[in-house]
Write a new protein. Sequence first.
Length: 365
Amino acid sequence: MYINLTRGSLNVSVRDSFSEPESLFGFAERKNPKRAFLFVSKVLGRHIPVKPSVMQQTYTSLAEQIPEDLPGPVMVFGMAETAVGLGAGVHRATQAVREDTFYLISSRHDLGTPIFARFEEEHSHASAHLIHLPTDPQVQSMLKAARSIVLVDDEASTGKTFINLLAALETAGLSNLEKVVTVTLTDWSDNAVQKAIGPKASSISLLAGSYAFSDNPDAPLPVMPDVSTTSAGSWPINPENDWGRLGVTAHDDTLQLKNMPEPGEKVLIVGTNEFVWRPFLLAERLEKSGVDVYFSSTTRSPIALGHEIKHVLAFGDNYGLGIPNFLYNVGPGQFDRVIVCTETDPAAVDAKLLNALNAEVVSDV
């Protein structure tokens, strides 16, 4: 595959793939001086609306490849913000075959509770990640005793973020790890983690390959909005109701609609930033009841219009951070009913987003 972009050209070679590469990913251009391109997943439910059943098939396909003999406890770790839901899905599928697992995510939202570790995603629009220390004694005990870790992200481009994360966990005192498994939708890293830490590491993906980017030195660098904060906003998250940032062992389906969709309605469930798993569970439940439903999510990631990005909505974040958020590939009239799900007060959701899509809000507060 050869893709021409504003700031250069991308040459992609696919080595192994579970299905046709075009069904798994496409391309877009980042508004990010540090990296010009983005692999856009077609099965993730982040930048392109996806059926919940398709997302679930993805979780199962990845989880089935995880070795059954990993020494426990096993920590499944999801990378903010893109892979929070992906990691949760992999954890749920893994938990179905073994009980000694828990799920923890990185975050760009400070809950005001103790921080266990910090690490950097150096190429990102928001490079800083926080890892909160679980407050539940059982989960905290499992964290400190973890002998295996399953690291989940949508893609591995160079593998450096995984390596940074592992170094941060080791510095924080996680010294018992015997096995490391990286789980991605697309892996372009050429076994970088294995090369860095040795044979205790292995990798799983739906597609593996390599890429080369040829930079155009004459192309202007984009202006990237400042979305890098990890502060607590003026619309805070309640730690007692948090899911994932403090570690979990259960998958609670908590969101409820006042009015069920009408027969024949095409519905979109929208998660917000890192709050995606409980909204996904709502979408999944609706689909199982016969509703024509899709899932997507807002994000702080700035992406240019073009290639796989056909439509962009920009609006203020719902945490009171004063940063822009975006919803991609969802236009007015595309869905009969749009339901935005939030872990903050409904009043925090920008009216610009709601008015553009005639959307309603469901809050987990």
